[in-house]
Design a protein around this ligand. Structure first.
Ligand SMILES: Nc1ncnc2c1ncn2[C@@H]1O[C@H](COP(=O)(O)OP(=O)(O)OP(=O)(O)O)[C@@H](O)[C@H]1O
Ligand SMILES: [Zn+2]
Length: 703
């Protein structure tokens, strides 16, 4: 690929002849396909970082190839500015994974490689600024504050039960690549299985990558990892990576893993891209969780890349969940993945009883059925905790005028603004799509009436009502608002674990992975909201979410109970929940998908366009759709592809930008890949004429 920006006139300095210089092909983080040629007076290995001139800028790049000859006229090839030697070259397996991701997700290699690095490693100013002092790695090494390892309390590990033993043995016995799907009901002790499997691998001198959806919500897991794996790998063997770290913290953790000093990496999706010289096992906990999918920039699935990486490194990967994604379940059914099951709870308790409360004929109070109120009362009397789950933060989803029907609408989005309470006079309306904020008007902006009232309810309003009902109870709310400050989520969860909370109100943040010892009751409000969503994955997601949150009940105490309030108790999702029947639900879901040809029986990609006007976005997509028809010969395999009509997104306008999408589908993955590779080449030029932003997403999760 020719670097068109490299066409500055050759400098007046004498040019080295091609005999005494080396050619480098470099990946740079710019939205242009291909690699860029540079020269260097000495040899540079692939995987090295270099600083290169690019147009008038200097950019960080990674050497990918060292060809014998440049791909365009030697005279015009510019010289690298600096070859960085503060890190060894990236290992070849890391380079392979980046190359795979670039090709699979249809992105330039530089746009894949560089954003995965800690900030300091990809910033030119970190090396060439006045105070760079040899770059961030040397600065960090110089400081090398001997991290005083906190004394670790080696926790007594429970004796494994029969199901756990079988699972651990099956994983230990794997040599080479194998994907394992560990399907275990909530509270079945999957964590203990991961830990034992990890210990074996650590004892063999290998590293372990342990991925979780969201880390700041599960300090408990970090504790158990520290205490149970320290024995196998030494007290300072754990590194943690997630997006909440400072640049310095992230660089330090990344370096310790890349140098092999840390033997276990606990991290969120971004950790999949960390170089690990001795990687011997990958664990993906809650593998169905949508947090593994990055929704901006390179839209990758860290779960899928984990399987690819394990295959490439010839090592096992364990995907664990109580509600596996239908994709993974289908793999297991076909025998591609080894399925291991934990069908019973690890402690001597039963799964909670799930009760559906039909709300159609009930006198509800503030969204609560008499059954749920009575149940909370009962748990309070027994000194047990209750959890009220509502996946909607704020006080009320919309403010409404009782006389003219005015509703609080975001001026920039096709969405309502949500009423938030922040103490007298500080209440505000906020758009959850674009962040727009406004004061709460004293009277209706349209008719002047003062009869404005909140409609519906969010977690704040539920918390307020519970406080009225149960004035003695200690109530806490956990959602994105109450946990905005660093450390506040940990502090709130610590209070729940310490028994200082009687009733917990929360969004999906409380559903994930927590092992609350004294929680007896879970109440679910407003679950129906997701039942009739357009997305074909909505029932799967609803089922997983409710199964997860229901699974918080009765993990240590007997008599756990879940109350789901619904207008549609006969729906298959709810019926399966009552029976804890993931297997039945998955069978039904897969049959349906197969019948209408949806993933995992088809493969999809999504082209999304954003413009000031919907018409512009649709026009771009319509022309993109027509490209293969115009030059059918150029599109090998196009006959195996279905291109649907462009449609506006459900939330059409966000922050004054209107959005539309075009779905691409095929029954064969290779055909889809081949098609996208050809098609995407023509898209930048087409978009240029339309003033649209576009992105192509492979294996989209939301349609
Ligand atoms: N063999 C065992 N004997 C006794 N207790 C155990 C055993 N294994 C695990 N436990 C305990 O059982 C509880 C549930 O285990 P864990 O949190 O690992 O479940 P899980 O399968 O990850 O559930 P979820 O999917 O709901 O997160 C924990 O308190 C754990 O300490
Ligand atoms: Zn908005």
């Amino acid at each position: 690929m020719i670097d068109t920006l490299n066409s500055d006139p050759p400098s007046s300095e004498p040019q080295a002849s091609s005999d005494d210089c080396f050619w480098l092909r470099v990946a740079i983080d710019v939205p242009l396909a291909g690699l860029f040629d540079y020269r260097c007076a000495h040899a540079v290995a692939p995987g090295c970082r270099v600083i290169v001139p690019f147009g008038r800028r200097k950019l960080m790049g990674i050497v990918v190839e060292t060809p014998d000859t440049p791909s365009f006229e030697a005279k015009q090839v510019r010289e690298v500015d600096e070859v960085l030697d503060d890190l060894p070259p990236f290992p070849s397996d890391w380079m392979r994974m980046a190359a795979f991701a670039a090709q699979y997700y249809q992105r330039p290699l530089g746009e894949v490689m560089l954003p995965t690095l800690p900030a300091g490693l990809r910033k030119v100013t970190a090396y060439q600024g006045k105070r760079s002092a040899g770059g961030p790695v040397r600065r960090l090494d110089k400081r090398a504050s001997k991290s005083s390892p906190k004394p670790i309390q080696a926790k007594e590990a429970p004796a494994l039960n029969e199901e756990q033993i079988q699972a651990v043995q099956a994983i230990d016995a794997i040599t080479g690549y194998k994907a394992v799907l560990l399907h275990g009901v909530t509270g079945s002790g999957k964590t203990e299985v991961y830990l034992r499997a990890a210990q074996t691998v650590l004892a063999r001198g290998r590293q372990v990558l342990f991925m979780v959806p969201e880390i700041n919500l599960t300090p408990q897991l970090e504790q158990s990892l520290r205490s149970s794996l320290a024995v196998a790998a030494g007290p300072d063997s754990l590194a943690v990576l997630h997006s909440g770290l400072s640049d310095g913290e992230r660089l330090r953790a990344w370096l310790r893993v890349q140098r092999g000093e840390a033997r276990i990496l606990l991290g969120t999706r971004l950790s999949i891209f960390t170089p690990m010289p001795d990687l011997g096992l990958i664990i993906v906990d809650e593998e169905h969780d949508t947090s593994y999918k990055q929704q901006e920039g390179l839209r990758y699935s860290a779960r899928d890349l984990a399987v690819w990486r394990a295959h490439d490194r010839d090592i096992p990967v364990v995907l664990g969940s109580a509600t596996p994604s239908l994709e993974s379940w289908a793999h297991a059914q076909r025998g591609n993945y080894l399925k291991l099951s934990l069908e019973h709870r690890a402690r001597d308790v039963e799964l909670p009883v799930v009760q559906l409360v039909d709300t159609r004929r009930l006198a509800m109070q503030q969204g609560f059925s008499p059954q749920l109120i009575e149940a909370i009362q009962g748990r309070l009397e027994h000194g047990e905790q209750s959890l009220v789950f509502l996946n909607r933060r704020g006080y009320a989803p919309v403010l409404n005028c009782g006389s003219c029907g005015w509703v609080s609408q975001c001026p920039r989005c096709t969405a309502y603004t949500v009423l938030h309470r922040a103490g007298a006079r500080r209440n505000y309306l906020q758009c959850h799509h674009c962040g727009y904020q406004a004061r709460v008007p004293a009277s209706c902006p349209d008719c002047g009436d003062q009869d404005l009232h909140p409609m519906g309810r969010g977690t704040q309003r539920v918390e307020e009502y519970l406080a009225e009902l149960f004035p003695e109870a200690r109530i806490a709310r956990i959602d994105a608002d109450s946990t905005r400050l660093k450390g506040s989520a940990e502090a709130l969860f610590a209070k729940v674990h310490a028994g200082e909370i009687d009733i917990l109100v929360g969004t999906q943040m409380v559903a994930k992975g927590h092992d609350f010892a004294n929680l007896g009751l879970v109440g679910v409000l407003n679950a129906d909201g997701m039942l009739f969503a357009q997305d074909f994955r909505a029932p799967e997601r609803l089922f997983a979410q409710l199964m997860q949150v229901a699974g918080r009940a009765g993990r240590h105490v007997r008599g756990g109970k879940v109350i789901i309030q619904t207008d549609y108790p006969e729906q298959p999702v709810y019926q399966a929940l009552v029976k804890h029947d993931y297997v039945g639900f998955a069978r039904y879901g897969l049959e349906e998908r197969e019948a209408i040809g949806l993933p995992p029986y088809a493969f999809q990609a999504l082209l999304t366009a954003e413009a000031r006007e919907l018409a512009t976005a649709i026009e771009f997509l319509t022309q993109a759709r027509a490209l293969p028809e115009q030059s059918p010969d150029a599109y090998y395999m196009a006959s195996a592809i279905t291109l649907y009509d462009p449609v506006p997104l459900r939330v059409l306008r966000v922050a004054n930008i209107e959005r539309a999408q075009l779905l691409i589908e095929s029954a064969q993955r290779p055909a889809l890949q081949a098609f996208l590779a050809q098609w995407s080449v023509s898209l930048p030029e087409l978009a240029g004429g339309h003033r649209v932003r576009w992105q192509l997403e492979v294996d989209p999760l939301e349609i």
